[in-house]
Design a protein around this ligand. Structure first.
Ligand code: HEM
Length: 168
């Protein structure tokens, strides 16, 4: 089903337009994708470490103030990732490692939503020097594993399962 969609997408005008610009567009998007992931993992990772109980001298509300940078990094990754997919859909839809990346992304996003809706305010009220409850430590652990999973699966795309859907 997805390979049929990939084959259709590859022939759409927007995909053809991107394919014609690929010589400069691909390296530009790779650079922006790396910038985005550095921002996202740098900021969200620091936040997760504080939730896990490290750097207790720093109030959680202060680390949280950096979070818009993580969101900016994620947005950059989303936009550049969509450009990769539209340019070469079969390269990804036919690759099991791509679906591992999507799974990690969904886990990370759901986990972030649970944190924001159920624990965001409570967490921000924890003052400097105070440890976090176990629920926040679990959320931070899941977040770290999921984002590192996205990173790992992204880097492994050319090495694990590549070529399964190539040539469409
Ligand atoms: C938000 C949605 C995202 C989408 C749609 C997306 C999509 C993609 C795609 C299609 C590629 C393959 C590029 C290529 O073939 O050269 C890729 C590469 C990669 N992505 Fe993402 N990505 C997203 C988010 C992320 C995030 C959040 C991270 C890190 C936490 C990440 C880390 C990577 C890495 C390390 C690579 C490998 C780049 C390389 O070494 O060539 N991606 N991504």
């Amino acid at each position: 089903m997805f390979l049929g969609f990939a084959s259709w997408l590859h022939k759409t005008p927007i995909s053809l337009a991107l394919q014609h610009q690929v010589a400069w567009l691909w390296p530009a998007c790779e650079t922006l994708h790396f910038t985005g992931l550095a921002l996202l993992l740098g900021v969200a990772g620091m936040f997760d470490l504080r939730l896990l109980g490290f750097m207790k001298r720093v109030p959680i509300s202060v680390v949280k103030e950096f979070m818009p940078w993580a969101l900016a990094g994620f947005t950059l990754n989303l936009l550049t990732g969509i450009i990769f997919i539209i340019s070469e859909p079969a390269q990804y839809f036919g690759n099991p490692t791509w679906w591992a990346k999507v799974t990690f992304l969904i886990v990370a996003a759901l986990n972030a939503m649970i944190f924001e809706t159920a624990y965001g305010r409570r967490a921000a009220a924890i003052p400097a020097g105070e440890d976090t409850p176990i629920a926040l430590k679990v959320i931070a652990g899941v977040s770290l594993v999921a984002w590192l999973g996205v990173l790992w699966a992204g880097r492994m795309l050319p090495f694990l399962g590549a070529g399964v859907g190539a040539g469409l």
